[in-house]
Write a protein that binds this ligand. Structure first.
Ligand SMILES: [Zn+2]
Length: 257
């Protein structure tokens, strides 16, 4: 068994929209995949109560993970309430400690929902402080012994809040994993009607394919998933995705490189 990869998103379906193809490729290559959500998607329903949709969405997230043999974790947060506070810092760090991943994927620092942005900051922070022995996050898992590679997937719509493309470091050719990605996203059946009504998406599967095609165009392939790597102090800065997915991960020139 290879090392562990953690894809930690805000809502059930964030991972499947933006990174499931990459996870499927890594699972195929023997990596142990974990997915996690900060919230249980408690407000994502036009008809069910918060408790009902929460239960449905956790089941859907676990089913999506199971498609590639991944393990699903729920951090304990609530939809539209994610903030950089003690509860969420501890929750995020607990999951990083328990999984002890060598790669972490998460929401981008700038995206259309503040919930996504706060999750990004919390996961980034957790990836770092999971190694601090005196930081108590309420788990018996020991402090981690390494700083994981940290990548952000692209923003929804492939643009930041000012309408600009994010400075992606790489795009993964996920053409070979599209059927699996679609199967994973389709597990989130409760979101079909909700996203159609609230986000004006004709079909969430169709939207996912358009996003994947948008990334594919950047590398001259049919489908892709784009990532920006956190390369600041303390985090490993070589592109591990390019190393472990040769020929599949295409690095992009970034201004300032
Ligand atoms: Zn989301």
């Amino acid at each position: 068994m290879q090392d562990r990869v953690l894809a930690f998103g805000c809502h059930p379906d964030d991972v499947e929209f933006m990174a499931a193809g990459t996870l499927a490729l890594l699972a195929e290559r023997g990596y142990e995949i974990h997915t996690a959500t900060m919230t249980g998607g408690e407000v994502g329903s036009p008809a069910l109560s918060r408790a009902e949709i929460h239960a449905v969405r956790l089941k859907e997230a676990a089913a999506a993970a199971a498609v590639i043999g991944a393990h699903y974790h729920y951090a304990g947060g609530c939809d539209l309430e994610v903030e950089y506070n003690e509860f969420y810092r501890r929750a995020a760090t607990r999951i990083v400690r328990e999984v002890d991943p060598f790669i972490v994927l998460t929401n981008p620092p700038m995206d259309y929902l503040a919930d996504h942005e706060q999750t990004s900051l919390l996961v980034r922070n957790a990836a770092y402080i999971a190694s601090v022995p005196l930081y108590d996050c309420g788990t018996s898992a020991p402090p981690t012994k390494r700083f994981p590679y940290l990548f952000y997937w692209n923003a929804m719509g492939l643009k930041d809040i000012f309408g600009r493309p994010l400075p992606l470091h790489c795009v993964i050719d996920v053409g070979a994993a599209m059927a699996t990605k679609e199967k994973m996203l389709a597990c989130h059946a409760s979101q079909r009607d909700w996203l159609a009504a609230h986000n004006k998406m004709d079909s969430y599967i169709q939207t996912m394919k358009e996003l994947s095609r948008g990334h594919g165009r950047l590398i001259g392939r049919e489908h892709g998933e784009g990532f920006i790597q956190h390369r600041g102090h303390g985090y490993p800065a070589d592109n591990i995705l390019a190393s472990i997915l040769p020929g599949v991960c295409k690095e992009l020139p970034v201004r300032g490189d």
